[in-house]
Ligand binder design. Structure first.
Ligand code: SAM
Ligand code: SF4
Length: 326
């Protein structure tokens, strides 16, 4: 089992399989001038599988495939098929939903039951303004298909001042009829510009207060280990709502996440700027044992929380979330 130096079990890998995306969410990346990495700078599927196998050996129980938009990279379904052979490994996917619908039957067959779908607005015009693409209809219909096919659906919505506060209640209202989780995420500074929001107006406290002011007393749901969302059920509703304090960083104490970027950088925290170039290491021809030992060493030296990780950075936060994976 892989533990960090604070006694946290490291059982969850978030693997970004590409830095490319078919949307341009303004909180995540600039509209133009994006420097995507050339393919050979990205980990290959074989390299990713090798790393996953070593982490599995060290007790990995859950993997989330993310990006960029994971469905953009050719070969994803074959990779998921290989992952599905690792007994007991929970496979989850985070997607913007634009290319997902036709893969639903195969995802179900492969046992990928948990899908996080990014949907920041239920208004077509606002969706377009936020993502800079006109794909609302396809994403909404994909959400419906996933619910019908009985997937565990979590909707991720970044709350942005002056952009989609009107959507908070509308998105929460979805949980009345559908057994889904709607999670509101504090906006983080990973938008590729080197500048975060000047002040975070919609922090987790304000979001929860706003929900309570409208829906009355909500029932708090107990957190499971490693969970990042404060979750509540609105009485009589089928699903639940959650708030992820990604900027305020209230959840670091039980963080069990290993992050690997599409370029093969290991991150021991969302807020670090990459602590090890695993791709270069792999390409030196190292052994499986070397890979495992590297993870043990890196996580044996992990900052206690996101504030400490940010302090240890070499430069300011100027990367896009597409390279990190969320
Ligand atoms: N393309 C996929 C998607 O959008 O779901 C997966 C990758 S995306 C980077 C993963 C998650 O990061 C999404 O839920 C997105 O909303 C979130 N995200 C991106 N930039 C963010 C930011 N600046 N602050 C908070 N969350 C962000
Ligand atoms: Fe693409 Fe996801 Fe970033 Fe939006 S949040 S630009 S969909 S990677």
């Amino acid at each position: 089992m892989l533990y960090d130096n604070h006694g946290r079990e490291m059982t969850y890998l978030r693997l970004a399989v590409t830095d490319r995306c078919n949307l341009r969410c303004f909180y995540c990346m600039p509209e133009e001038g994006i420097h995507y990495m050339p393919e050979k700078q990205l980990l290959t599927w074989e390299e990713m599988m090798r790393i996953v196998q070593q982490l599995y050996f060290l007790g990995l129980r859950k993997i989330r495939i993310t990006g960029g938009e994971p469905l953009i990279r050719q070969g994803l379904m074959e990779f998921l098929e290989e992952l599905s052979r690792l007994d007991g490994l929970e496979i989850c996917l985070t997607s913007n939903g634009v290319l997902l619908e036709k893969h639903i039957p195969q995802l179900a067959k492969l046992g990928v039951r948990s899908i996080n779908l990014s949907l920041d607005s239920l208004d077509r015009k606002r969706f377009h303004q936020i993502t800079r693409r006109d794909d609302f209809d396809v994403v909404y219909s994909t959400m419906m298909r996933l619910i019908e096919a009985d997937f565990k659906v979590k909707i991720n919505a970044v709350v942005m001042d002056g952009k989609n506060e009107l959507d908070i209640l509308a998105l929460a209202q979805l949980t009345k009829q559908y057994p889904i989780s709607v999670r509101f995420i504090e906006e983080m500074p990973f938008n590729g510009s080197g500048k975060g929001p000047a002040i975070l107006k919609w922090d987790f406290i304000k979001i929860v207060d706003h929900l309570k002011a409208h829906f009355g007393d909500m029932q708090a749901i107990n957190l499971s280990y490693g969970e990042t969302a404060l979750r509540y059920q609105i009485p009589g509703f089928k699903g639940d709502v959650g708030v992820i304090a990604a900027f305020s960083r209230t959840f670091c104490g039980t963080c069990n996440r290993i992050r690997l970027t599409a370029m093969g950088e290991v991150k021991t925290c969302l807020y670090d700027d990459g602590v090890f170039d695993l791709k270069a290491f792999l390409r030196q021809g190292v052994s499986d044992e070397d890979i495992r030992q590297t993870f043990i060493t890196l996580f044996g030296n992990r900052p206690k929380d996101g504030f400490e990780a940010e302090k240890n950075r070499k430069g300011i936060i100027n990367e896009s979330m597409t390279s990190i994976g969320g």
